[in-house]
Design a protein around this ligand. Sequence first.
Ligand SMILES: [Zn+2]
Length: 1001
Amino acid sequence: MYKNALRGGIRTAKQAWRLKNEIGKLNLELAKANTDFEQHLCEETAHLNELLSSKQFVKVQKQFYRDYSSVSLGAPLKSSDAPLLGDLCNQYRAILAYTSADVVPGQKQGQPQHQQIRGAHKQQETRMQQQEEVGGMAQKLEFKRLPTNVVPKHYELLLQPDLEAFTFKGKTIVQVQVKKPTKQIVLNALDIIIEEAQLEFECTKMKADRIVYSTDAETATLEFEKVIPAETAGVLQMSFTGELNDKMKGFYRSKYFSASGEERYAGVTQFEATDARRCFPCWDEPAIKATFDITLVVPKNRVALSNMPVKKEDDLEGGLRRVRFDRTPIMSTYLVACVVGEYDFVEGKSEDGIIVRVFTPVGKREQGQFALDVATKVLPFYKDYFNIAYPLPKMDLIAISDFSAGAMENWGLVTYRETFVLVDPKNTSLMRKQSIALTVGHEIAHQWFGNLVTMEWWTHLWLNEGYASFVEFLCVHHLFPEYDIWTQFVTDMYTRALELDSLKNSHPIEVPVGHPSEIDEIFDEISYNKGASVIRMLHDYIGEDDFRKGMNIYLTRHQYGNTSTEDLWTALQEASSKNVAEVMSSWTQYKGFPVVSVESEQKGKTQRILRLSQRKFTADGSQADEDCLWVVPISVSTSRDPTAIAKTFLLDKPSMEVVLDGVTDSDWIKINPGTVGYYRTRYSKEMLEQLMPAVKNMELPPLDRLGLIDDMFAMVQAGHASTADVLALVDGYRNETNYTVWTAITNSLTNLHVLISHTDLMEDFHRFGRNLYEPVAQRLGWEPREGENHLDTLLRSLVLTRLVSFRSNDVIEVARQRFRSHINGTQPLPADLRTTCYKAALQDGNEQIFEEMLALYRTTDLHEEQDRISRALGCSTDAKLLRRVIDFAMSGEVRAQDSVFVIVAVAINPKGRDMAWEFFKSSNKQLLERYQGGFLLTRLIKYLIENYASEEKAKEVEEFFRVTQIPGCERTVSQAVETIRLNAAWLERDREKLSTYLKSV
Ligand SMILES: [Zn+2]
């Protein structure tokens, strides 16, 4: 039986790990194997070896790390506990011994030990469970959502954190509705211990006899002696305890310093996507909504916040205070929030009477003012835009010192990383202010789109994030028209999405996801940036009025409920009478996007025939494997009126012809004006030649100049055009004045810089760069002009920083002098120019400069300034100093949330590239311990490896990640390795011509 059972049952690594975990929890010490048994074990080991090299294994291993860490309630993972084959086999031995007791003689001897450990009941039940799993595992281990036979209607939730012992206790009283008779209630719980569970219904009180946890499913099953009848309303009471962990998820601790420099901790929650279950037992799925009465018991002198305003406060014994909050509306668990700590705040009121507060570290109240101004204006803006009032009476924003993401939209209590909310007027750059405005706009948009109407399941996450990432621009455009933010959308969101989405290892916007480990992986640039870009395209296709009307239909129809992507299409379709679902489905369901090739032919004096065709764009220029056909909304402009749309139509076939009237043979034609359509355009040579003068004389609007150059560079990378030709085109942008166009050029040249760093052409490339950027730098100068426009300020930092890296002696000289005056206090640098000057000083600086920078870091307590300094350190060219940067990043002086970015700065410096990679190879276990997977580690891995450009390196990286499993970074590694190969091919293809070109200019 055991042989068959294993053959039939353990086919996947997932199954193997699942068994391993179950067994591990029971602490089995059963393995007294006989020879016969050993032989079978050998066979299974061979099978396991196969599994270990499979892709699936990598995925499952991520889960293992999660499980492991939850077993120890937050203790860091020790490298010696990493899953090794031998370890796995030992566990296997135990499984075999245990589950095959009836057929393998002599195996029962271990049983009494078990009973001593865990008690007979539990042991037997686990055994049954395992036997069942071994037999029918394939079905059993599939991820399942919670059963719907019992659902919560209302939670009373009490939490009492201990900010010194880093634990918390809690109690919840849940009103539940029983829909089908059952003896079990299954809900989510992870890393918490439910001490008691009791159900009361129809004058009956029943205690749960058993509480069975599944770490893999992240559930607790409460088992009752008697059946709970259907159609019953019950009250489920549970008390529980947990650890205030340091993982920045669930209910966690966040370190800060008091005014006197004493180290203290706040208790903070971060639940999205699936971590409410780490704080209290609950039905932790977005569609299982309920109302909440939250109560916090906290030390008297601490601020206590939650989603709703305070209803009542009482003093308790022992220096404690009980704070009760008003009842929330019906909402999802991932939006529940609590914060307990020491904060100051500023308060305001929106014009429609909502109280808005921004909580800051103690003594930094004034740094909340900018976010407060933005938030008080944003609330009425959305109220008006959606035509639905903000549903809560208050809106709190709070800066959290340890925070892994940028911000989190908890309903009524939005939490932020400090750099995403605090503005210090003297030390905050304009760029940072702008991203704070966008972030506040984003999170507040979620209060409607996400919180009031929530995705039914995480597969539709893109809907939340794509939409909020679109609408944040709409809102900032309204509040700060001078930012010209829509133009920046294209370089910040759109082109980044296209770049990633052209890789074979991209994924569609809508991804079926189940288990939490899969959900974490989709909070990526595809969900956010591509999501926002296709919504922008749709907005443009149906027009602002209908889009707005559709939003109102959607939000009104589904308020306090849940939706899927189709529900939004239905509403927008109703509002616009356009076939939204048909147009949009190809964009959400296929990965990648098309390249639209276009040729034109003049017919008579005033007609031009356009011949368009579409095919999937691939970064390496190869024929795509899949046969995808998009429904592409196309618009066209001409030199007759560069800012007007001359024609729009849908390209829904592989190719088509369109006739443009009123166009003479000297007119240029631009496809995708405004760079709104999510596709690349490839013009015929003649069409491109006609367009170029319009770039030079800036007759073509900025977004079109930008889109054109970005498309051209994509064609170069794909091998459809030569780098030298495109650089000659870039030269045509020398008179360019627009910040965003310069950003696009800079981004493209940064990619090229990576290639050049693998050649001996660096000097020539620097000269090319200086020639290109110097005219605009001269125009702008170092000093901001009176009343200068916002974008010129941004452009100045961009251009001067580029010239520092292109080794412009003049710029470097001035930058160093300014740095000196800043350091000795004679003239502090404006925030916008600090990065430029820091880099100029550090780039060829000695140890003394390095020490000065560290001293500067240590004297500031503004997170933004610490970021700026620590990220500039990596531009040093001295290997000894770069080594120190890495050590510094890993020291206690840099918060775990920030170290990654400091190391990235070293990695993207060609001089530090190998060092950073070697460091990672030797310290990956330590890094994994620190981040336990998660997006910070993924980010690091991406930048460490994607800048290589040889097949050998691609192989080395692949081999490293094959042997060293880092859970949760599978896709990133494949994407980065793909990029290495693209770089290698690009370099090989263009090296010679590029050399000739660069040496000639
Ligand atoms: Zn968001």
